[in-house]
Ligand binder design. Structure first.
Ligand SMILES: C[S@@+](CC[C@H](N)C(=O)[O-])C[C@H]1O[C@@H](n2cnc3c(N)ncnc32)[C@H](O)[C@@H]1O
Length: 192
């Protein structure tokens, strides 16, 4: 771990803002990760959704379009530098009024809900205490609210992913489906 990593909340397991350029490039769409396709049917106008570990906002901006003028996207991240990248992109697209940036800590998201939908895309493997994390998501979602959990195949082996699914189920979620997403392992849950 270098000095920059040590000073980062969450430590060296967290993807640093300086290395996150690819997260918001069109290459990601070209590889098959199209946010509109992935999120289709999961978000409605006027809803409150939370993008946990939003990074530079690859999903935050499409979510803001989907919730419309009366909805809200709570964009949560550990790193102010990631939130700043997201803010700049959202402002350029005229979407910032629908987005609430939320700086969090590894032990608290700083947002208690209620939310209709939560997205945790490529970030749970960076979370130190997944049991506590899933309890917190359960607490902020409305009854029957949805959680889309997506992890990268290149970082997270099947056994580890299914352990995370088991923890999520024990936190009070039912498994609805296993969406097919390029390069990824994914499960859609509903809060009981
Ligand atoms: C690999 S990036 C993914 C970003 C975004 N979800 C995407 O798919 O483009 C992971 C992000 O999660 C954030 N993160 C890591 N641990 C977190 C935690 N416990 N709470 C909130 N954000 C966290 C990191 O700061 C980083 O921005």
């Amino acid at each position: 771990m270098n000095d920059a990593d040590k000073s980062m909340p969450g430590g060296d397991r967290v993807c640093p803002a300086g290395r996150a350029g690819w997260l918001s490039t069109s290459l990601r769409r070209m590889l098959g990760q199209n946010p509109e396709t992935i999120l289709r049917g999961l978000i409605g106008p006027g809803e409150t959704v939370v993008d946990i570990g939003c990074g530079p906002g690859f999903f935050t901006l499409p979510l803001a379009r989907m919730v419309g003028e009366k909805g809200c996207v709570v964009a949560v991240d550990l790193q102010e530098a990631m939130l700043e990248k997201m803010r700049l992109r959202a402002a350029a697209a005229g979407l910032l009024p629908r987005i609430r940036p939320q700086l969090c800590t590894p032990m608290s998201l700083g947002f208690g809900g209620p939310a209709d939908f939560a997205l945790a895309f490529y970030m749970v493997h960076e979370v130190p205490d997944v049991v506590r994390f899933m309890d917190e998501i359960h607490g902020l979602l409305k009854e029957r609210g949805r959680l889309l959990l997506v992890e990268p195949k290149f970082h997270v082996r099947a056994a580890k992913f299914w352990k995370t699914v088991e923890i999520t189920w024990k936190a009070g979620f039912t498994l609805l489906s296993e969406p097919r997403i390029t390069l990824s392992r994914a499960v859609l849950f509903e809060r009981v």
